[in-house]
Write a protein that binds this ligand. Structure first.
Ligand SMILES: [Zn+2]
Length: 327
């Protein structure tokens, strides 16, 4: 029956009616809060392009973890800023690496909080690439298979420190299988893998590189991260990570790739995550701070769009703000 019998506005007349027919709901357990852990004590250094996000020392990370738990967040994800960088990413897999130390401290102080470890090498490599670099004159190559070994070693050292979930973000081929094998051999058969399965080479990562001090010193990441134009290839990436043993999959970034999230949700039955990345956060914060956008509304609207597209887990720098808005 068309208009005037059908009037869609009938169900929008009041907030109780709108709430009754609302299709998408956000809850704090949807959100994962990213932390950038650095050496030192009582360090809280704001990242200039990400107001409200900080480089924090281990003691401060414990406080953040406690807060994340009290707000009912789904968990936290740790990124590390090591004291020293080198060409074999020693800081990534060392037993006393920054992420390993933070994990131990958090696990000791905060019970029952999901702690996810980002596994990549770029923050720990002097050249800032996500894998081992072989230079030949002016050319260079990011070595895939040699990198797998270090990634597996990193995952095992994080698991040893008590990491709850291992999340590889490097985009090397075969890394999920290598990490699964490494974890199983070391006795961590129950440690799940959340794979950054479809990670696109994106301009929206800019502020993160300041936060994690991980900008490549030469070239870019297009030889391993995905071309932003490719939806079908993204499905192949996800499929191969699932075959290699991923327990959960992720699409990154979120907002410019909502169609990829939606297609992944339609095709695959694994828990699906999406990362609302630093550039998405910075862009909204800039407009909020200028008074151009309504803070509370755009935080929840942006997260709802990602949830509606099909991601049930959202990595977001707004995690704490959103949880407060929802309470
Ligand atoms: Zn990386």
């Amino acid at each position: 029956m068309p208009f005037p019998t059908t009037r869609l506005r009938r169900m929008r007349q009041s907030e109780p009616l709108r709430a009754l027919v609302r299709e998408t709901h956000l809850i704090p357990t949807n959100f994962i809060y990213p932390l950038f852990v650095c050496p030192g004590e009582h360090v809280r250094k704001e990242i200039s392009s990400m107001p409200g996000v900080f480089n924090i020392s281990v003691d401060e990370a414990v406080k953040e973890a406690r807060e994340a738990k009290s707000l009912g967040l789904g968990g936290i994800i740790l990124f590390g800023l090591p004291e020293k960088k080198d060409e074999s990413a020693t800081g990534a897999w060392a037993d006393d690496g920054i992420v390993q130390r933070a994990t131990r401290a958090i696990k000791k102080e905060v019970r029952d909080l999901v702690v996810i470890g980002d596994v990549c090498l770029c923050e720990y490599m002097s050249h800032g690439h996500c894998g081992i670099v072989e230079k030949r004159g002016r050319d260079y190559e990011i070595l895939n298979d040699a990198t797998l070994e270090i990634l597996a070693k990193t995952a095992v050292s994080q698991a040893k420190a008590g990491m709850g979930i291992i999340a590889p973000s490097d985009m090397m081929d075969g890394r999920v299988a290598a990490i699964r094998k490494g974890l199983d051999l070391a006795g961590f058969t129950n440690t799940p893998i959340l794979s950054y399965a479809a990670k696109f080479a994106s301009g929206f990562y800019g502020p993160f590189r300041e936060a994690a001090d991980s900008a490549p010193q030469f070239g870019d990441r297009r030889s391993y991260q995905m071309d932003g134009a490719n939806l079908h290839e993204a499905m192949r990436e996800i499929e191969s990570d699932i075959e290699e043993g991923a327990d959960m999959i992720m699409v990154k970034p979120a907002m410019p790739y909502l169609d990829v999230i939606s297609e992944a949700r339609r095709r695959f039955d694994l828990p699906l995550a999406a990362y609302q990345v630093s550039g998405e956060y910075a862009m909204l914060q800039a407009a909020i701070r200028n008074g151009w956008l309504d803070r509370d509304r755009v935080i929840l609207e942006s997260l709802t769009s990602i949830r509606r597209a099909g991601a049930q887990i959202i990595l977001t720098y707004f995690a704490k703000d959103a949880a407060r808005l929802l309470s």
